[in-house]
Design a protein. Structure first.
Length: 219
């Protein structure tokens, strides 16, 4: 059993991560701005605490005593640059923990925009990407650039990027792995269900196979 602090537990991805971790017997603390609005998980196994992923001091207080911190934070309709703020806050909060508090690993849900397509260009360089989506992609890329400046000896971080298309669907428990290249099928499509994305993320919690780097998954 791993003690996990989860930011973004009410989101589409974060909620799947929450339930995938619970079904495997892990102990999850959902860190939310307003605990009163957090829906009770079906099995009642989640601890809910108040915290703000954009505030390093709040992060430190919420994650102390946990072995892994997961951020499935998304800016919603707000400023995409909040993704960079969240990444800096997570690392800053973990770094600020005292010498008597073991530093947890940090897993961040990233974006697909900075992945390289089989044809060569990055996903965000392809024609026809709407401006709001492009802004979100670049914000995810900026957050990843920041994480890459963090020595893994200081904070053991990992970033997991989804396939080009991610949406709720079936949990098959299977996926294919990539690193900085987009994973596509025989027809050139790149997609994964949020359920299997959560499977991959919890697998990473259990295996710790990509410390200090980004990886990606797709069906």
């Amino acid at each position: 059993m791993t003690k996990i602090a989860l930011f973004g537990a009410t989101g589409t991805i974060g909620n799947r991560v929450l339930h995938e971790a619970l079904r495997r017997g892990h102990e999850v603390t959902a860190v939310v701005r307003d605990p009163a609005k957090f829906p009770d998980p079906a099995d009642g196994a989640t601890t809910v605490v108040r915290g703000d992923v954009l505030d390093p001091a709040s992060v430190a207080g919420a994650v102390a005593g946990h072995e892994v911190v997961v951020s499935a934070f998304g800016p919603g309709s707000g400023d995409p640059a909040a993704l960079v703020t969240a990444a800096r806050s997570l690392i800053g909060g973990v770094r600020s923990l005292g010498p008597d508090t073991p530093a947890p690993r940090v897993l961040v849900v990233g974006g697909a925009g900075s992945l390289r397509t089989p044809g060569g260009p990055l996903v965000w360089d392809e024609a026809g990407v709407p401006a709001p989506v492009l802004a979100l992609m670049h914000a995810h890329g900026d957050a990843l650039d920041f994480l890459r400046t963090v020595p893994v000896e200081e904070v053991r971080w990992t970033c997991l990027s989804p396939a080009a298309q991610i949406a709720p669907g079936e949990r098959t428990g299977t996926y294919r792995l990539g690193l900085d290249g987009l994973v596509v099928d025989e027809e050139g499509r790149s997609r994964i269900s949020t359920e299997d994305f959560a499977v991959a993320l919890v697998d990473e919690i259990e295996r710790d196979a990509h410390a200090g780097r980004r990886f990606t998954v797709a069906h």
